[in-house]
Design a protein around this ligand. Structure first.
Ligand code: G6P
Length: 611
């Protein structure tokens, strides 16, 4: 979703802003712009990519050492040049960029219009800049005071960076619901909505919290609440490396991230699971261990791919640790008056740690007295900071919008939590526990064996480039993988795809099956094998084109399918970690064949920071 960058220092700002916006491209956007302050406000913006903005900047060549920039993901008003950010106030002396949604913008706009304000754009953002101007021009308060008063009138969410011609050595920023960080340099300061634009400049960052604002100068900053109470913030050290956010030799981030999975899984297990003596130590959960051991039920809230990981987690918690588990869409949970209170535990799963609905779900659970745990990838993210305890996935930055390595790392974390609880609650035999841990150790090399078949999957994908629909079928633990396979395909190739529990196919989707319909069947050899074979027969009887993901030796499935991807056998409980990989690769190659923008699919955002 929208991204913010800002720079104040001694270097030419426009190059730093463009580079920062490039780093934010992965979040998903439709327009980009910057404003430079150098005796005047020079605004360059428009619909389209950051590269197009960079070209415009070359010909306009605005100079200056202070500026703010933005990538916009449209909410109010279509993606066009006028609606792009930055926005100028009516008198052209104040400019700002905004992430989030101003919910009461309509009322504020009407009131400003009555006072003579004429709006250029359809955005909610333009209301903020004019509201600040109106209060400031009244002359009763300073510019800082005007920002504070304006923010107190606003209902909704915002990350804001604001510049004013009257104060040419300052950038004001404020946060409520949309992340913002300050990067500390030597005689220069950086502003961004996530850490990726900071990495090449500084490793020292400050995360703003909701209700806070900062006045940023070349030589430092002041942080206070929007009610003007000064605060001192901790300076954090960024752990992210530059190479982790570069594509290296891969054509797309998504492919790089698919191939990183064996290493990511090892990173995720390192220091937590001791394979020689089969112990699991999750330091992030130590403080809540007693609560977890006595918990009567678990609730997991998440969105998108993280929600699919949650479904795998439900199965693991119920089967291994015998804890009844509910999985909720975070967006539904937050408004459903959940029956939750003291003694209950909510687990929020989020790669970005910034998804608005997941964050709201965790706050809802905490407000009701429950303990909120987090499984997050981004260290320093809002969800990671607001949970009572949790476990990081350590997958490294995930740049491709379609989540891959984050998913498998989430499943690994869920597996280790479930195994640890099972052992301590004595719901698993020592022998079974050891077997599962031993097999977990083998997962990375089994993933490598699947990745070695990428060329074969690429060839297979050619047969489905022009498919219009896809069906994915799985059972038990592989039903969430059917959902995830379908999601991957629709996200990046724009082919309509649905995931179903295999037997449920007969209650509707079977009506769609004909010779045009590819059906991906996850038929890992397990106790449901015979049932899956019957389902494949049902698809074939209607001339559907079967792509099977199965294990070596499963000749029956192989003989029935038009295409087969053979993956190494593993424990049923761990099979999602392997079955998902061919589906990730299949979607990737189909999307590439269709000429789609794999890393930044249309309309999608990496981090969904609005409801
Ligand atoms: C967006 C992304 C998905 C992601 C979902 C949840 O839709 O495109 O890849 O699964 O948000 O994001 P989270 O960061 O909370 O895991």
């Amino acid at each position: 979703m929208c991204g913010i960058v800002g720079y104040i220092g001694h270097q030419e700002a426009s190059a730093i802003l463009v580079q920062g916006l490039k780093r934010l491209e992965y979040r998903g956007y439709d327009s980009a712009g910057v404003v430079m302050l150098n005796g005047e406000l020079e605004l360059v913006k428009g619909k389209g990519k950051v590269d197009a903005l960079a070209k415009k900047l070359q010909s306009a060549s605005p100079k200056g050492t202070l500026g703010i920039g933005h990538t916009r993901w449209a909410t109010h008003g279509e993606p066009n040049d006028v609606n792009s950010h930055p926005h100028l106030s009516q008198n052209g002396r104040i400019s700002l960029v905004h992430n989030g949604i101003i919910e009461n913008y309509h009322a504020l706009k009407t009131s400003l219009q009555k006072k003579g304000y004429i709006f250029q754009s359809d955005t909610d953002t333009e209301v903020v800049v004019n509201l600040i101007e109106e209060i400031y021009d009244d002359g009763a308060v300073s510019f800082e005071g005007a920002i504070q008063l304006a923010l107190q009138q606003i209902v909704g969410t915002y990350g804001l960076a604001i510049v004013n011609l009257d104060e040419p050595d300052r950038i004001y920023v404020a946060r409520k619901g949309s992340p913002l960080l300050l990067g500390l340099g030597d005689g220069e300061m950086f502003i961004a909505s996530d850490a990726s634009p900071m990495v090449e400049h500084t490793s020292k960052v400050i995360y703003l919290d909701d209700g806070e604002m900062a006045i940023v100068r070349r030589d430092g900053y002041d942080i206070k609440t929007i009610k003007d109470e000064p605060i001192t913030k901790e300076v954090h050290e960024l752990a992210m490396s530059l190479e982790a956010i570069e594509k290296e030799n891969y054509p797309h981030f998504m492919l790089k991230e698919i191939f990183e999975q064996p290493r990511v899984i090892m990173d995720c297990l390192r220091g937590r699971v001791q394979f020689d003596d089969h112990t699991i130590q999750l330091g992030g959960l130590t403080d809540v261990m007693d609560d977890l051991l006595s918990v009567k039920r678990l609730t997991i809230a998440a969105c998108g791919t993280s929600w699919h990981a949650a479904l795998v987690g439900e199965y693991l918690f119920e089967h291994l640790a015998k804890i009844p588990t509910e999985v909720e869409y975070a967006s539904e949970f937050r408004y459903n008056e959940p029956l939750m209170g003291e003694g209950d535990v909510l687990i929020a799963i989020s790669q970005s740690g910034e998804t608005a609905d997941t964050l709201a779900a965790l706050r809802e659970a905490q407000n009701r007295g429950a303990i909120a745990l987090g499984i997050c990838n981004v260290v320093g993210s809002t969800i990671a900071r607001e949970t009572d305890a949790g476990v990081f996935t350590h997958a490294g930055p995930e740049i491709g919008v379609a989540s891959t390595k984050a998913f498998t790392s989430q499943v690994v974390v869920l597996t280790t939590i479930a195994l640890m609880l099972a052992k301590r609650r004595q719901t698993i035999t020592d022998e079974r526990y050891a077997e599962l841990i031993d097999e977990l150790a083998r997962i990375p090399s089994k993933m490598e064996q699947i990745l070695a078949q990428a060329d074969q999957i690429k060839e297979m994908a050619k047969h489905f480039t022009y498919a219009q629909n896809f069906l994915y079928l799985g059972r038990t633990l592989n039903f969430p993988i059917a959902l995830e396979g379908a999601l991957k395909l629709k996200e990046i190739s724009y082919i309509h795809a649905e995931g179903y529990p295999a037997a449920e196919m007969k209650h509707g989707p079977i009506a769609l099956i004909d010779h045009m319909m590819p059906v991906v069947v996850i038929a890992a050899t397990d106790h449901t094998n015979d049932k899956m074979i019957s389902n494949i027969e049902e698809v074939r009887a209607r001339k559907g084109r079967v792509i099977a993901v199965t294990n070596p030796g499963n000749d029956e499935v192989k003989n029935l399918a038009e295409f087969t991807v053979e993956i190494p056998s593993t424990e049923d409980m761990l099979s999602p970690l392997l079955t998902v990989i061919p589906l990730q690769l299949l979607s990737y190659y189909i999307a590439v064949n269709r000429g789609c923008d794999v890393d930044q699919p249309r309309n999608l955002a990496k981090s969904v920071t609005v409801e």
